[in-house]
Design a protein around this ligand. Structure first.
Ligand code: CA
Length: 225
């Protein structure tokens, strides 16, 4: 995965460059907005990480100009603490996500993984998903089990869709937080268990075989048992 990091603070840039390289990402570094923009448009990156406050051209302007070229590359903005307006303007300018400085390096890694996965999954979003007699139609937002329609809330639907797209694979709570709740902060609550129980009641309780399985200490897997 090829990342362009646009960051003018040498210490931060060096720290992130080293950390990401150690995680086997290939990282190019740009020290200001203009150089960053030129590099972003000249080469095929899988991700842009843009600091907001940059010399010569702001991160927001880089973001806007990259988007103006119809480039679908995921963009993660770095904003300073307290600059909530920047966060909103960043999303308006076409950024996919933002991270407030100072942040934990693990948090940055989680956001990068989430953006990479979201990108990979985009093309397959419309095909109907099936497991046993359960079907989920992403474009019509319809779920049926044994031919009976099942009513789900938006969050339950998103969770079921994610589990079905990954059927047969063990999905951890962290995966679910990142992909369905789009956060990697464990709130310390049992929100995921609660939602899994909601889904079980609607999708599994009155049917056989059971499709949603818990693996203690590991997470969940959807499969025919
Ligand atoms: Ca800066």
């Amino acid at each position: 995965m090829k990342i362009l990091l646009v960051e003018d603070e040498p210490k931060v840039a060096a720290f992130l460059h080293q950390g990401l390289t150690e995680q086997h990402y290939s990282v190019d570094l740009a020290p200001d907005g203009l150089v960053g923009l030129r590099m972003a448009l000249a080469s095929n990156y899988d991700l842009l990480i843009l600091d907001t406050l940059l010399p010569s051209l702001s991160g927001l302007d880089v973001c806007r100009q990259v988007r103006a070229q119809n480039t679908a590359v995921p963009i993660l903005m770095l904003t300073a603490l307290g600059e909530t307006d920047d966060k909103i303007r960043g999303l308006d300018a076409g950024a996919d996500d933002y991270l407030v400085k100072p942040f934990a390096f693990q948090e940055l890694l989680a956001r990068i993984r989430a953006l990479a996965r979201r990108r990979q999954e985009t093309p397959a979003t419309t095909a109907v998903l099936r497991l046993a007699d359960l079907t989920l139609d992403p474009s019509r937002k319809l779920v049926q089990r044994a031919g009976q329609p099942i009513q789900l809330t938006a969050r339950e639907f998103a969770l079921l869709e994610y589990l079905l797209r990954n059927q047969g694979r063990v999905i951890s709570r962290v995966d679910i937080l990142e992909q369905v709740w789009e956060t990697s902060f464990d709130t310390g609550s049992n929100v995921i268990d609660v939602y899994i129980n909601f889904l079980r009641k609607k999708v599994d309780k009155d049917f056989t075989p059971k499709l949603i399985h818990t693996l203690v200490g590991m997470g969940y897997v959807m499969k025919e048992e």
